[in-house]
Design a protein around this ligand. Structure first.
Ligand code: AMO
Length: 468
């Protein structure tokens, strides 16, 4: 649209005639006057249609487009018809609001538009619920059943604006540190992470899988480019319906060669997350305020403890004996984060050294105690954010693990090939964009952090009566 002004800019057009384009938020009638809030991609402004135009036509610089000649008499008639979500082009004169009506809490709250012309661009059907109930006052199932409409709400948009920054800043930090971006395949012949959480697909007359992780491919790419990263969809056939698992996620993956130990991986992960937090604070302050979110505290050096130490701490603090368990469960993660917060004020904690046999075949066993590996997880506010660690880079050791893990070497041939021909000590990490968005914003359910969440009960439409 030519000559279109955005609502965020209208304060600098006081006294001028401008044309806005957007959606009707709410309409209120007062006697013969019609008021409506008008929304575009940049914000909102109040519009007033007076029964008679008070400004003189001749005073108006910046006339609207040729194709749209405003007519005030028509505008009054149209204003009486309009309903929420109708799409309009509105021409009017920008006036300063009377002192008592100024709203300093919103952009454009000091001005209003005295309407002299309305062009209807599209009508809207009656709404299934009251849109003025801003996002998150709705039940999650109503929200997801009406996703297209709910995405128009500022609070819901704020979640995805923050997510955009998380993904952008991951990419920016990686590039700043000379990581090369690549595109990993979504169809794979083998399951990188093992376990049953994998979707089998019919691939012509063969079977294949949807990727659980770009793990093996990022290791191959690293073996050629030294440092690489990817922002990819990954798929997990999670059979349960929890508040923190989805079946399709955006995985932010990194891999780097020439490390001294897993500690280099931990440090790179820490600095990546620190940069993301800084960027969210810098770019999304008003979104955080809108959502009432407080960013987690990352102290100068995030505490790092072994799984065994973590289990001992839980035992001492809560009397629950989880010592010797092969992993932390959801309650352990919550309690550990509480303990660390009390001890250090850090919302984050790294946990390293998991039982080798419980984790995927590629994770590097600790040479001094091969029962435990050099894998590391980052937890924050009671939930795992990130996984990573050092990988096996010796071909013979890798082959031994392929055998012990009962894998078919043919299916991971391309991966093994890379390691046959010399790969430096290396490692990497990955985290889910939705998991981090949820945790940063204090959302109750990961589905609120996915624009079109997929789980066992829903692919846009509900697949069963269980869950959301
Ligand atoms: P892992 O399986 O721990 O590690 O996954 C890494 C991160 O991805 C996120 N995540 C999920 N988020 C939502 N729903 C799910 N079902 C889900 N599954 C995983 C979490 C988790 O920390 N290849 C390794 C990473 C590596 O070592 O580089 C891997 O995939 O944030």
């Amino acid at each position: 649209m030519t000559n279109r002004t955005y609502t965020k800019d209208i304060s600098s057009h006081i006294g001028e005639t401008i044309t806005l384009a957007g959606w009707v938020d709410v309409r209120r009638d007062q006697g013969k006057m019609v008021f409506f809030d008008f929304r575009d991609m940049s914000g909102k402004v109040q519009c007033i249609v007076l029964p008679k135009s008070v400004s003189k036509e001749t005073d108006r610089p910046n006339p609207p487009t040729e194709s749209f000649r405003p007519n005030h008499t028509e505008a009054i008639e149209v204003a009486k018809e309009i309903r929420p979500e109708w799409v309009l082009a509105v021409t009017g004169i920008v006036n300063k609001r009377p002192e008592k009506n100024i709203n300093l809490n919103v952009v454009g709250g000091d001005v209003e538009l005295e309407v002299i012309g309305i062009k209807v661009l599209a009508r809207a059907a009656p709404l299934p619920f009251d849109m003025s109930l801003d996002g998150y006052n709705l039940e999650l199932s109503t929200e997801l059943d009406n996703r297209a409409l709910v995405l128009r709400q500022p609070k819901v948009q704020a979640v995805f604006k923050v997510q955009e920054t998380i993904i952008d800043s991951f990419r920016e930090f990686m590039k700043k540190n000379n990581f090369f971006e690549f595109q990993a395949p979504a169809i794979t012949p083998a399951t990188a992470e093992g376990g049953a959480e994998v979707f089998k697909i019919d691939y012509f007359d063969k079977k294949a899988y949807l990727t659980q992780s770009p793990q093996l491919y990022k290791q191959i790419v690293m073996s050629a480019f030294e440092r690489c990263f990817s922002v990819n969809k990954v798929f997990r056939a999670e059979p349960s319906s929890t508040t923190r698992h989805l079946t399709e996620i955006v995985s932010l993956d990194a891999e780097m060669g020439f490390i001294d130990s897993w500690v280099d991986i931990r440090d790179m992960a820490e600095e990546t997350v620190r940069f993301i937090l800084q960027e969210v604070e810098r770019k999304n302050l008003h979104h955080l305020t809108l959502l009432g979110a407080t960013l987690p505290t990352m102290i100068e050096k995030t505490p790092t403890i072994s799984l065994t130490e973590a289990q001992q701490k839980i035992f001492e603090a809560y009397g629950r004996d989880v010592r010797g368990e092969k992993d932390l469960n959801a309650q352990d993660e919550r309690e550990l984060c509480e303990i660390i917060k009390k001890e250090t004020n850090s919302d984050f904690v790294f946990v390293y050294g998991y039982p080798t046999r419980q984790k995927p075949f590629y994770v590097y066993p600790n040479p001094e105690n091969p029962e435990f590996n050099e894998g590391v997880d980052l937890l924050c506010r009671g939930v795992e954010w990130l996984s990573g660690g050092r990988r096996i880079n010796e071909y013979d050791q890798l082959m031994k693990h392929v055998e012990e893990w009962k894998m078919d070497p043919e299916k991971v041939k391309m991966f093994l090939e890379a390691f046959k021909y010399g790969v430096p000590p290396e490692g990497g990490f990955a985290f889910g964009a939705e998991r981090i968005t949820m945790q940063l914003l204090g959302l109750k359910n990961i589905r609120e952090a996915s624009m079109f969440p997929r789980d066992m009960n829903r692919i846009d439409e509900k697949l069963s009566s269980d869950g959301y």
